[in-house]
Design a binder for this molecule. Structure first.
Ligand code: P53
Length: 474
């Protein structure tokens, strides 16, 4: 049996983490551009330190990233060489609308993605496009405070309209928002929100979330109107929450964490606010303001498929226990004593992917797509110029096996798998370059130096075989 014949193997990137060229082609500045590397990054991305332009003191790794803006032909050719069936990428909103509220789109930005899609086509690669991968124009943040304002919906839909029309013949797979649940954990990076002192953060976050959920549903409607062939998915950061122990309090806490996480996909896939969310948000005084018609919009335009990122499971303990905290991730989690950890302290849990796939499929009964999964690690180039990233191969092999079990033995409906990321790029969480994910090494170092030369790692040849054998040869 195995994976379906048309299984969509590939890799995933985000514009702000790989393109660079942020001052080229008439592009405007976005939230993701002004997230600095270094110790202030966390405060900025979580909305606790206001940064709306670049200053002279910080380093901004998105500015050049790995310069895919100038290397995309070479990079997509390498994806083609690995046999990619699909390439998940995102559009930089501010290449299309530099401020976000212009009447007319920026032709130079549109032309750039014309070329990217033409390149994909050359190699028979089907693009899977994230409309907003954490992008929000700075101009709109200054004007309205990002997604806390309802007016963002129109700007976002204007972007959608331009993309769905212009790329009608090139793109049929779309994701509305990357990791939409990240709004709760990194609201500046996720939705252009920073907080003034004494603001009610939860209330603002759920109001912004509501705006994104309505925008997402309206984007689904528009995508289907413009091209009935279009398939639109939701995307959330997944990873089941395990109770730290069978103590009922731990089990309860894990359930609540899962619900908080599934809330977004629950709305996008089933079309309504689940009762636990209604009750809890109201009780906490953070239920969002809705306009008449919102509920109908959510109900009428659910997504066609479910996509998620999976890096690890989470381990949840009720307050008052003596468990150790896990480090290195925006998601709070206890340290799972049964798992090994990556160099960045992220748990490694392939079986957790099978568990998550089962949970998500049970919950929604819609086709699923794993659109991110991978290992961030330090890579070294040896004296022969080779990069032997066996640790990455091990990680991916184990996860692909778990995903195969979910398909073969549990019957989940899986459309495809795009690893994060096929090429080294800037880390979203840490802003580091040395946290590498790629099959393709980029000579760009932590201090910004390097020739930007591309080099195939050992995992490159391994993944090529995985695709060739449709996941049989691992
Ligand atoms: P990095 C954590 C923190 C920030 C973004 O993460 C995240 C996560 C993981 O859930 O989400 C995705 O680069 C995101 C990508 C990102 C990838 O995880 O911090 O969609 O943009 O690069 C990996 O190692």
């Amino acid at each position: 049996m195995g994976f379906r014949k048309d299984f969509m193997w590939g890799g995933a990137t985000a514009a702000n983490q790989c393109e660079g060229g942020i001052f080229e082609g008439g592009r405007g500045l976005a939230n993701v551009d002004v997230c600095p590397a270094g110790k202030d990054r966390n405060a900025v991305i979580t909305g606790h330190m206001k940064m709306l332009e670049m200053d002279g003191e910080h380093r901004y790794p998105a500015a050049e990233a790995v310069d895919m803006y100038h290397h995309f032909k070479e990079d997509i050719a390498l994806f083609g060489e690995m046999g990619f069936k699909t390439y998940r990428m995102s559009i930089a909103w501010t290449r299309i609308f530099p401020n976000g509220d212009e009447e007319e789109p920026n032709e130079e930005g549109l032309r750039f993605y014309d070329e990217v899609f033409a390149e994909c086509k050359k190699y028979g690669i089907e693009p899977l496009v994230t409309i907003s991968h954490f992008d929000c124009p700075i101009y709109l943040i200054k004007k309205w405070g990002g997604w806390r304002s309802r007016r963002m919906i129109d700007c976002y839909l204007r972007l959608c309209e331009v993309l769905f029309t212009r790329y009608k013949d090139a793109v049929t797979y779309w994701l509305t928002f990357n990791e939409i649940n990240m709004i709760l954990h990194a609201p500046f990076m996720g939705a252009g929100i920073y907080f003034e002192e004494d603001e009610e953060e939860e209330k603002i976050k759920y109001q912004a979330a509501h705006h994104e959920l309505v925008a997402s549903a309206l984007a689904v409607r528009m995508a289907h109107e413009i091209n009935p062939e279009n398939k639109v998915g939701c995307m959330f950061a997944a990873g089941s929450a395990y109770p730290y122990s069978c103590r009922p309090e731990d089990v309860w806490e894990a359930l609540v964490v899962d619900q908080e996480n599934y809330f977004f996909a629950d709305v996008q896939a089933r079309g309504y606010y689940p009762s636990y969310a209604k009750a809890r948000l109201k009780k906490n005084g953070v239920f969002p303001e809705m306009e008449p018609g919102d509920e109908e919009i959510l109900r009428k335009y659910p997504v066609d498929f479910i996509s998620f990122s999976y890096y690890n499971s989470r381990c949840i303990a009720a307050p008052g226990g003596d468990q150790e905290e896990a480090e290195g991730n925006l998601f709070k989690s206890a340290k799972n004593p049964y798992l090994k950890f990556s160099q960045w302290g992220w748990p490694i849990d392939p079986l957790g992917l099978r568990i998550t796939l089962n949970e998500v499929y049970d919950r929604y009964q819609k086709p699923m797509f794993i659109v991110e999964n991978g290992l961030g690690a330090v890579d070294t180039v040896d004296e022969h110029g080779e990069i032997s990233d066996d640790y990455r191969i091990d990680y991916l092999r184990d996860h692909i096996k778990a995903m195969r079990d979910a398909v073969e033995e549990d019957g989940v409906d899986l459309m495809g798998y795009t690893s994060w990321a096929p090429i080294d790029l800037i880390s979203a969480g840490s802003g580091e370059m040395k946290k590498r994910y790629g099959f393709i090494y980029v000579d760009k170092q932590e201090d910004g130096t390097g020739t930007l030369e591309r080099r195939r790692k050992k995992s490159f040849y391994w993944y090529k075989k995985v695709i060739e054998s449709n996941g049989e040869e691992l």
